[in-house]
Write a protein that binds this ligand. Structure first.
Ligand code: BES
Ligand code: ZN
Length: 588
C-alpha cells in the first residue's frame, strides 16, 4: 500500500508523506538591470530520501535539477495554478541526500521589489528587497513553502561591489571579485521559509547597542538611529516578560518608502517602513511588535495561514505588554482602543465573508493576501486578554512563558494551542468562551472594552472640534483616536477649522496624517487633495494606501481621481500592494 498522503497546508504542494528538507544552501547573482536572480539552491534532507518530491515555485525558470553529487534528476514543472503557483516535481532515486536546482527568478517575482534610484532615499542607486510572508518565498527559491517545515540555511549573494547586501541571518563575510562583492550569510536556527529575507542597496549602519544596529540608506541613517535609540531597553523589557532573546542580534533595516508593511519580523534583521521615523519616537510600537515576534511567531509559528492569529494575536498581546511596561497602562489602553476600532472596521469590510472574521479559518482556495485583515491581530489580542482576565494576569503570564519555552522552534495549529493551555490552565478556555472566539464570526459578547480616562475625554467630544486647551496635552495616539471618532462625512467647516487650527495636513506623524487625510477625503475637503496625492505617490505602505484609495473611490466626485492616481503611481507600488489596491478599486 502507498503511504497516505496529505496536504497539511492548503497553500503548499508539500505532501506530508514526502521527505522534508532540513537545510538550504543558496547562491544568487543579483542582476539589477535584468531584475532577476540567477541562482542555485541546494536542499538537503536529514537522511537518505527517495520517491517524489514536490516543491513550491512561482514564476521560476528551472534550468537543471541534480542530486548532491551532480547527477541529473528528471523533473516536471507543472502549469501555474492560481494562488499556489507551479508544482515542481522531482523524482529522487534511492538514497538521495540533496537536490540542487539551477534557476532564474522572474522580474515580476511576487516577493521582490526592484526599485529604481528615484524610488530610494538617496536617489542614486537601485534597491532590491524581498518580502516573503505569507507565501512568496516560492517566487525566490524552489522550496517546501510552508511554515510547517523549518530550515536552516547558508546563502551567498553576488551584488555589484558598490552596494551592500544584508540578510535576516548572521553575516559571515564579504569578498570582492572584480565587479562583484560576494556577501555570505548563515542562519543557524531553523526558520519557516517566510522568514527568508534580504535587501541590496546603498546601505550604511549605526550602532544602537552591543546587540543592535540600524541599517538605512545614508540620508536616513541619522534620523533612524535617533528614532530607534531605545531599542535595547525594549529588548530587556521583552526578555523580562517572555524569556531570553534567542536570535543573538536584533538589527533593524529602514526600508525605502514603498515597503508595503509597517514592519516585518525577519529574524535578526527586522524590516521597518520609514513612515515610523516620526522624529519623536511616537511610532516605535511597531518596533515593539516586530521584536515581540522574536518569541511569538519566529519561535512559535503558525503551521499554516489558517492559524495566523497564533502569530499576530499573540504578538499584539506581547507588543502591548512591552508598551505597558515602557509607557504605562494609559498609553497601552489608547493603542488597544485604536486596535479595537480597526477591528470593527475589518469586521464591516468582511460583512459578506464572516468566515474570514473567525480566528481559526479555512483557507483552501483563498489567497492569504486577500484574507489579510486586522482580525487575527486585534480579535486575537482581545481573546488573549479575555483569557488573561479569566485566570488572572500572573497565572496567564506564567502560562505564556511556559508555552514559549515548551513549544519554541515549532510550528503549531490552534488545536495545539488549545491542548497546551487546557493542560496548564484547565477550564480557562471554557471560562473565556473560546469556542465563540476561535470558531465564531465577529466580536464575541464577552470582549473586554478598552477603558481609560483619556479615551473617555475623547469620546465625550462626540466628534466636535476640540478646544486648544484640550488638545495641548494630546499624544499622537489621542489625535488619531479623535480623528477616527469623527462621523464621516464631516461638515466642511469642521474640516477647515481642524486643519487651520491644528495644521493636520502638515502632521509629521503618519498615523495622524493618514487618519486626517481619510477623514478629509471622506468629507470631500478639497484642500487636502494635494497632500493625499503626495502620500499616494511617495508611500507604499498598504495600511495607508487602502483607506485613502477607498475614501476617494467612495465619493463619485473623487472616484475618477482614485483611478488616475493609481494609474500614475502603481508602477512604484510593491506587487502585493498593487494587487490590493486593484481590488479596492474594482471589487469583484
Ligand atoms: N508579519 C507582519 C507583516 C505581514 C503579515 C507581512 C502578513 C505579510 C503577511 C508584521 O509583523 C506586522 O504585523 N506588521 C504590522 C505592524 C503592526 C501591527 C504594529 C504592519 O505592517 O502594519
Ligand atoms: Zn506582526
Amino acid at each position: 500500500m502507498k503511504p497516505r498522503m496529505a496536504r497539511l497546508d492548503p497553500h503548499s504542494y508539500n505532501d506530508s508523506a514526502q521527505p522534508e528538507a532540513r537545510s538550504l544552501a543558496l547562491r544568487a547573482r543579483v542582476d539589477l538591470s535584468a531584475k532577476t536572480l540567477e541562482a542555485e539552491a541546494e536542499l538537503s534532507f536529514s537522511g537518505p530520501a527517495s520517491g517524489r518530491l514536490d516543491l513550491d515555485t512561482r514564476e521560476l525558470s528551472i534550468e537543471a535539477v541534480e542530486d548532491g553529487r551532480g547527477a541529473r534528476l528528471p523533473f516536471t514543472l507543472h502549469p501555474s495554478e492560481p494562488i499556489l503557483g507551479s508544482r515542481l516535481s522531482i523524482e529522487l532515486p534511492a538514497d538521495t541526500r540533496a537536490v540542487r536546482i539551477r534557476y532564474r527568478t522572474s522580474p515580476s517575482a511576487s516577493a521582490l521589489q526592484w526599485l529604481e534610484p528615484e524610488q530610494t532615499h538617496g536617489k542614486r542607486e537601485p534597491f532590491l528587497f524581498s518580502q516573503c510572508q505569507a507565501i512568496h518565498a516560492r517566487s525566490v527559491v524552489p522550496i517546501q513553502d510552508t511554515p510547517r517545515i523549518r530550515i536552516r540555511y547558508r546563502a551567498e549573494l553576488w551584488v555589484p561591489r558598490r552596494l551592500e547586501a544584508v540578510m535576516a541571518a548572521a553575516p559571515v563575510g564579504r569578498r570582492e571579485e572584480g565587479e562583484w562583492a560576494v556577501e555570505s550569510f548563515e542562519m543557524p536556527q531553523p526558520i519557516p521559509p517566510y522568514l527568508l529575507a534580504f535587501a541590496v542597496g546603498d546601505l550604511a549602519a549605526a550602532e544602537l547597542s552591543p546587540r543592535s544596529r540600524v541599517w538605512a540608506e545614508p540620508p536616513m541613517l541619522e534620523r533612524a538611529a535617533r528614532e530607534f535609540g531605545g531599542v535595547e531597553e525594549m529588548i530587556r523589557v521583552a526578555e523580562r516578560l517572555f524569556g531570553p532573546y534567542e536570535w543573538d542580534r536584533f538589527d533593524l533595516l529602514t526600508m525605502p518608502p514603498s515597503f508595503p508593511y509597517g514592519g516585518m519580523e525577519n529574524p535578526r534583521l527586522t524590516f521597518l517602513t520609514p513612515t515610523i521615523v516620526a522624529g519623536d519616537r511616537s511610532l516605535v510600537n511597531v518596533v515593539a511588535h516586530e521584536l515581540a515576534h522574536s518569541w511569538t511567531g519566529n519561535l512559535i509559528t503558525n503551521a499554516n495561514a489558517e492559524h495566523f492569529w497564533l502569530n499576530e494575536g499573540f504578538t499584539v498581546y506581547a507588543e502591548r505588554r512591552i508598551l505597558e511596561a515602557l509607557e504605562g497602562e494609559e498609553m497601552c489602553a489608547l493603542h488597544a482602543a485604536i486596535g479595537r476600532r480597526s477591528l470593527e472596521e475589518a469586521i464591516v469590510r468582511f460583512e459578506r465573508h464572516p468566515e474570514l472574521t473567525r480566528l481559526r479559518t479555512h483557507l483552501s482556495g483563498v489567497d492569504p493576501d486577500e484574507a489579510y485583515s486586522q482580525v487575527p491581530y486585534e480579535k486575537g489580542y482581545l481573546f488573549l486578554r479575555t483569557l488573561e482576565e479569566a485566570v488572572g494576569r500572573d497565572a496567564f503570564t506564567r502560562w505564556l512563558r511556559r508555552y514559549i519555552e515548551e513549544l519554541r522552534f515549532q510550528s503549531i495549529t490552534t488545536e495545539d494551542f488549545e491542548r497546551h493551555i487546557e493542560g496548564e490552565l484547565p477550564g480557562a478556555l471554557a471560562k473565556a468562551d473560546a469556542k465563540a472566539w476561535l470558531d465564531g464570526p465577529g466580536l464575541p459578547r464577552n470582549a473586554p472594552a478598552p477603558r481609560s480616562s483619556r479615551l473617555e475625554a475623547i469620546e465625550s467630544l462626540g466628534g466636535r472640534v476640540p478646544e486648544r486647551e484640550m488638545v495641548a496635552s494630546w499624544t499622537p495616539a489621542e489625535w488619531q483616536l479623535y480623528l477616527e471618532s469623527v462621523p464621516k462625512p464631516a461638515p466642511l467647516e469642521a474640516c477647515r477649522a481642524l486643519d487651520e487650527r491644528y495644521g493636520l495636513t502638515r502632521s509629521g506623524n503618519y498615523e495622524v496624517l493618514v487618519s486626517w487625510l481619510s477623514l478629509a477625503a471622506s468629507s470631500s475637503y478639497r484642500p487636502a487633495l494635494p497632500k493625499i496625492e503626495q502620500v499616494l505617490g511617495e508611500v507604499g505602505r498598504m495600511k495607508y494606501l487602502r483607506p485613502l484609495y477607498a475614501a476617494l473611490a467612495r465619493d463619485p466626485e473623487t472616484r475618477p481621481l482614485a483611478h488616475q492616481f493609481f494609474e500614475r503611481y502603481r508602477q512604484g507600488y510593491h506587487p502585493i500592494a498593487r494587487q490590493v489596491i486593484h481590488s479596492v478599486l474594482s471589487p469583484a
